[in-house]
Design a protein around this ligand. Structure first.
Ligand code: F6P
Length: 379
């Protein structure tokens, strides 16, 4: 990792006149804070013009690009979602020309993207997104476009950075929901299984599970044994607790099992949508223990709403540093946070990869020590 650039060679800064910005992949709280930081810093600090690209790479392919004024960037810091729109389907190399057809047809639209970039005379692109967005940038980087990445996702699974913006808001939202399940679970002496997002990474469930004092935390990185889960739940009931909260990641899977797929979206570069494991776990608990069990799927609630203060700060820092990198002449880097320090890494480092929870992560040990089950304990 390199630390953020401190000095700006004036000749490079003078050459940069117009920057494009897009938000790719699924949305998350804090995207607008990044757009605001990029746009305002570009205009006020450097007199550089910023062009918003609609709906991620789709807007680049379809030439839907408009200039952002400081007015566009005003009043959006606290807003969830993205004023630019997002798409987790469009990729420059895999553009679906007829999404409604029975068998979708894909074409390489990299040349269309390059034509849009040339038409608007964009000197660099700031691409805000997850691993899919960074992977999509690959094709443009190969063709000489300078892409500077800003890592976002509620999943917190981007390689190279300790944290992504959107994650803290999402796990705060999930924690508050788990807190609410707690009181109703206690009143009815039930088991409440709550399914959280996160794809194949357990960060969101681990953090929300720990913050809410969930009794069982099931994450993809630790395959669970349903017998161990049932033993744990039963022992809580016998010890007079009378209820249990199970925080279950959508990617959690039983030992010798596979993640549960909710649906395939063939028009998306990442076609698998996980979902359904919460219901399966709940049914197995109620069948095996006889304890009344209910399921809640938090779903996209975790992606919505205003960013919490920490995400506003992180997103603003990331946006500012992305712009600083462009202005300093850096090429094809992604802003990162490592050990509390903002730096940058090769954008290709974050492509086609996911950062999972290490099995020896300190939070797992801490959770175990306050008697949280990960569903893998021996009898
Ligand atoms: O990557 C963010 C995320 O919310 C995942 O946690 C989830 O699996 C996926 O996106 C859902 O995607 P979609 O919005 O396409 O249903």
């Amino acid at each position: 990792m390199r630390t953020a650039p401190k000095s700006r060679p004036p000749d490079v800064a003078r050459r940069i006149k117009r920057i494009g910005v897009l938000t790719g992949g699924g949305d998350c709280p804090g995207l607008n804070a990044v757009i605001r930081a990029v746009t305002k810093s570009a205009i006020y600090r450097y007199g550089v013009r910023v062009f918003g690209i609609e709906d991620g790479y789709l807007g680049l392919i379809e030439d839907r690009v408009g200039e952002l004024s400081s007015l566009h960037a005003s009043g959006i810091l606290t807003q969830g979602g993205t004023i630019l729109g997002a798409s987790n389907r469009a990729s420059p190399t895999r553009y679906c020309v007829d999404p409604d057809a029975d068998v979708p047809c894909f074409v390489d639209a990299t040349d269309k993207c390059l034509a849009t970039i040339a038409r608007h005379e964009l000197d660099a692109l700031i691409v805000i997104g997850g691993d899919g967005t960074m992977s999509c940038a690959d094709a443009l980087v190969e063709r000489g476009v300078n892409c500077i990445g800003v890592p976002k996702t509620i999943d917190n699974d981007i390689v190279g950075t300790d944290i992504t913006f959107g994650f803290t808001t999402a796990y705060t939202t999930a924690t508050l929901s788990l807190d609410r399940l707690h009181s109703t679970a206690a009143s009815h002496h039930r088991v409440m299984v709550c399914e959280l997002m996160g794809r194949n990474a357990g960060w969101l469930t681990l953090h929300a599970g720990l913050a809410s004092g969930s009794d069982v935390i099931l994450i993809p990185e630790i395959p669970f044994d349903i017998d161990a889960v049932c033993r744990f739940v039963r022992s809580r009931t016998h010890r007079g607790r009378g209820f249990s909260i199970v925080a279950c990641a959508e990617g959690a899977c039983p030992r010798d099992g596979a993640p549960v797929v909710a649906r395939h979206d063939p028009t998306s570069p990442d076609p698998i949508r996980l979902g359904g494991i919460g219901e399966q776990v709940a049914n197995q608990i109620s069948d095996r223990t006889g304890i009344e069990t209910r399921t809640t799927v938090l779903g996209h609630v975790q992606r919505g709403g205003p960013p919490v203060a920490a995400d506003r700060v992180l997103a603003t820092q990331f946006g500012f540093h992305a712009l600083e990198m462009v202005m300093s002449g850096a090429r094809n880097r992604m802003v990162v946070m490592q050990n509390g320090v903002i730096g940058n890494t090769d954008i290709r480092h974050a492509a086609h990869a996911q950062r999972l929870v290490p099995r020896d992560h300190p939070l797992i040990d801490i959770a175990r020590s306050v008697r949280t089950s990960f569903g893998d304990e021996a009898s």
